[in-house]
Design a protein around this ligand. Structure first.
Ligand SMILES: Nc1nc2c(c(=O)[nH]1)N[C@H]1C(S)=C(S)[C@@H](COP(=O)(O)OP(=O)(O)OC[C@H]3O[C@@H](n4cnc5c(=O)[nH]c(N)nc54)[C@H](O)[C@@H]3O)O[C@H]1N2
Ligand SMILES: Nc1nc2c(c(=O)[nH]1)N[C@H]1C(S)=C(S)[C@@H](COP(=O)(O)OP(=O)(O)OC[C@H]3O[C@@H](n4cnc5c(=O)[nH]c(N)nc54)[C@H](O)[C@@H]3O)O[C@H]1N2
Ligand code: SF4
Ligand SMILES: [Mo]
Length: 734
């Protein structure tokens, strides 16, 4: 009889969070399904369900390896864990001794539940130069919400726990139904639509819910700040704001009123290329049909005016009193353990560390806790960067940062880089040492990402292949070798410490792992916290003025404009009209597909079968204008370079623009050329020259380009001959 068991765990094939039942037979995983008793009620998506093909995948890195040829040539030799860890730790110690800890950079990709270890690693070594994609994803939102309300973690209350669901919902540059766990789980959002009167979609492209929407606004990319200011203008002109909330609980209303005075619906219609009725209708729905919430998407954070865009949107929330009310925007009461993610905060950034954060002097919001990666790339290429050692865990900076050519040139100049990953990819190929990381089905850990009212458990379902190890183990082993007093004897004691700490010893890792989840939901949530002693005795918000700050005192103290300001993108028909003549198509990048996660899963046959080549979308009339047709592989060119993607003629997209799939490399392409990173990745086109003054975020979703047909000779690359796809190399064989 086969030995068959079912293990309950948590998926993180995206930002994570769905409850999972994994069935293992004789040590082999045979089935994955959603856990109906979890908070996600048994739902899972194609990415999580395809995990069986992640586990047993020929691209898996199974052993530590060192690069024995020039970087990017793909010549690897297996080494022992001891050699790998001792080499990395030795390089770090040398860097600290000879040049100072700030010459070490610690990087990760988007949040995968180990963010706290990345930050702890940086701080324990004494460097503030942590690198994350946070500055183009989520950090601006958290930071700006934080400035206005005092508490950054402001989420949509889709849950009905306070007795009301949102009556008006705005999906602002967001496809929550696809991108799911980026701060909220799609499950609750979709459920809440049954109670939603007005669904407003603000997106130049039709998303899945556009046909269900009461109003769908298609702004010109990069102009959303003006739209938010226009909505505020109309709400104020029509006296529709929440008088009680604004009078008693906000700071700076008169200044805001003055600031938005010029943003009349007519002016906003001109800036955003939309009918003025869109502005007035949206404003009225938002201010009249309350409660309501706004789900912000990260396309707004990949823009060089993201700080003020987010600020304007946050002010809009306060103007309608959609804060802390059931069915509006709310800060969750945390699980009893507190945020496990904040475990690294035990180690503060010292003034010495802060003074050496790359870009810290310029981007006072974004680079307060991490470095500005684009500034770092420029500095390395100019020979001015201090970075000598780069320790990378997950993350494809080569693929995901703006201006691929400059990024590759910079990374190749770093003296020593290591990279931990499950699969070979561009960052691994640029490293001196690669470390094999375990999949979430192969490890124990506390999962603390989204949403913030609960933490969950990853329970190990099966052993990792070869010598792959959990990220927590990798961080702890490197940490122990360099700064032993700051790290733990082993992973179980590190997990136990994290769970026990917040719970005053009431719960151990073992208890938590059995419970799977710990959190605060249903009637345990507290609304209207500012009217209670929750933040201050006698009430108030945790801001300098104790009010919801239309005028941000903190921004002012940092030297920024305390009120929202609209500026054009770095390249646009208005800011660079000459460039627009040569590059007449507006370009955005990054619309998410349900079956991929950023650069991942193109090596998973089930998932790759949905979309073999990266797709770009243009309106059929725009296609005709430029002589290209649905299904063509076309050229897309900007002043930085050109790429090829497959065209989808889509009537649901605004005319005169293109939307490109982002984060694309071809795992099946050879190491040389970093797995085809220059063929189709739109960051070959994006610019790192214009950066948001607060966050340092580049324009990735609002640029200019031109599009044209490919000739036969442009399609000779092997990648365009699909018989190649599927014949993947095997790495890490002894
Ligand atoms: N032009 C353009 N650029 C963009 C975007 C866009 O929309 N347009 N989006 C931006 C955004 S929002 C983000 S967040 C970034 C994302 O950028 P990245 O996070 O760099 O995205 P991925 O390509 O998914 O790279 C993640 C890597 O981590 C590995 N990995 C996954 N899970 C684990 C794990 O548990 N442990 C370890 N060790 N490795 C793991 C994967 O195999 C993969 O190699 O890209 C940004 N870049
Ligand atoms: N399945 C899946 N889920 C994911 C990811 C994934 O790759 N795949 N990535 C994860 C990550 S790291 C992130 S950050 C999130 C991102 O998730 P979302 O924030 O939902 O991001 P996108 O789908 O890139 O973009 C959302 C919408 O913004 C629109 N848009 C583009 N430019 C503009 C603009 O200037 N103004 C307006 N108003 N709209 C614009 C696009 O047309 C798109 O429909 O998703 C996460 N979840
Ligand atoms: S939504 Fe994310 S957590 Fe849920 S099954 Fe899909 S990949 Fe896993
Ligand atoms: Mo992201």
């Amino acid at each position: 009889m086969a030995d068959r068991k079912q293990i309950l765990t948590t998926c993180k094939s995206c930002h994570g969070g769905c409850g999972v039942i994994a069935t293992v037979e004789d040590g082999v995983i045979v089935h994955i399904q959603g856990n109906p008793d979890s908070l996600t009620k048994g739902t899972m998506c194609s990415k999580g369900l395809s995990s069986i093909q992640h586990i047993d995948n020929p691209y898996r890195i199974k052993y530590p390896m060192k690069q024995v040829g020039p970087k990017g040539e793909g010549k690897w030799e297996r080494i022992s864990w001891d050699e790998a860890l001792d080499t990395i730790a030795g390089k770090m110690k040398d860097a600290i001794r000879d040049h100072g800890a700030h010459t070490i950079a610690i990087s990760q990709g988007t949040g995968r539940g180990y963010n706290r270890y990345t930050m702890k690693m940086a701080r324990s070594l004494g460097t503030g130069n942590a690198i994350t994609p946070g500055y183009v994803c989520h950090s601006p939102r958290l930071g700006l919400y934080g400035l206005v309300t005092g508490y950054g973690r402001l989420y949509c209350d889709y849950h009905g726990w306070g007795g009301e669901f949102p009556k008006t919902q705005i999906m602002w540059a967001k496809q929550l139904e696809i991108s799911s766990a980026d701060s909220e789980m799609a499950y609750w959002f979709m459920n809440s639509l049954d109670y939603c009167k007005n669904l407003i979609i603000i997106d130049p492209r039709a998303t899945a819910y556009a046909s269900r929407a009461s109003l769908w606004i298609q702004p010109r990319v990069g102009t959303d700040c003006a739209l938010a200011m226009g909505m505020m203008n109309h709400i104020i002109e029509q006296e529709l704001w929440d008088k009680e909330f604004v009078e008693n609980w906000t700071f700076g209303f008169d200044e805001l009123r003055e600031r938005v005075r010029d943003f009349t619906p007519e002016k906003v219609s001109e800036i955003c290329w939309i009918p003025k009725e869109d502005v007035t209708t949206a404003a009225e729905m938002w201010a009249v049909d309350t409660p309501g919430c706004i789900q912000v998407g990260s396309s707004l954070e990949r823009q060089a005016n993201c700080g003020h865009t987010l600020r304007a949107i946050t002010c809009l929330m306060g103007l309608a009193g959609n804060i802390e009310r059931p069915g509006s925007m709310i800060t969750w009461v945390l699980p009893e353990t507190g945020l496990i993610e904040d475990f690294f905060l035990e180690l503060p950034i010292t003034p010495e560390m802060a003074s050496k954060i790359i870009g810290g002097d310029r981007f006072k919001m974004g680079a307060a806790r991490t470095c500005n990666p684009d500034t770092m790339v420029k500095a390395i290429n100019d020979g001015k960067s201090p970075v000598k050692v780069w320790f990378s865990v997950g993350g494809q900076q080569i693929v995901h940062m703006a201006n691929t050519k400059e990024v590759v040139a910079a990374i190749e100049k770093v003296e020593f880089m290591s990279h931990a990953d499950l699969f070979m990819g561009p960052m691994a190929e640029a490293a001196d040492i690669v470390l094999p990381a375990a999949h979430w089905l192969e490890l124990d850990d506390v999962y603390d990402m989204h949403p913030r009212f609960m933490i969950e458990a990853h329970n190990k379902v099966l052993d990792p292949p070869g010598e792959a190890k959990a990220d927590a183990w990798i961080f702890n082993e490197v940490g122990k070798r360099v700064v032993p007093d700051k790290w733990f004897e082993d992973v179980p004691s590190m997990l136990d410490y994290q769970v026990r700490k917040g719970m005053n010893g009431k719960m151990t890792w073992d208890d938590f792992s059995k419970n799977l989840v710990s959190g605060c939901w249903g009637p345990d949530q507290v609304y209207y916290k500012y009217k209670t002693d929750y933040w201050h005795e006698g009430g108030g918000f945790p801001t300098p003025s104790k009010k919801f700050e239309f005028h941000s005192n903190h921004l002012e103290s940092l030297g920024y404009d305390p009120l929202p300001v609209f500026t054009e993108p770095g390249e646009s028909p208005i800011s660079t009209p000459e460039l627009y003549e040569e590059y007449p198509v507006l370009m955005s990048t990054g619309f998410r597909q349900p079956f991929y996660f950023l650069g991942q899963y193109r090596n998973i046959p089930w998932l790759r079968s949905y979309m073999e080549f990266p797709q770009c979308q243009m309106h059929p009339e725009t296609c005709e204008k430029y002589g290209v047709e649905d299904g063509d592989i076309i050229w897309i060119e900007s002043p930085r370079g050109r790429i090829r993607q497959k065209l989808h003629a889509f009537p649901g997209i605004k005319k005169d623009m293109i939307m490109c799939t982002a984060n694309w490399f071809y795992p099946e392409e050879p190491a040389k050329g970093y797995h085809g990173v220059f063929i189709s990745n739109p960051n070959v086109l994006t610019s790192n020259d214009h950066l948001d003054p607060m966050y340092g975020s580049p324009d990735m979703t609002c640029l200019l380009c031109k599009v044209y047909k490919t000739e036969d000779e442009d399609l000779q690359d092997e990648v365009f001959h699909s018989e190649k796809y599927g014949t993947v190399p095997t790495y890490g064989k002894a």
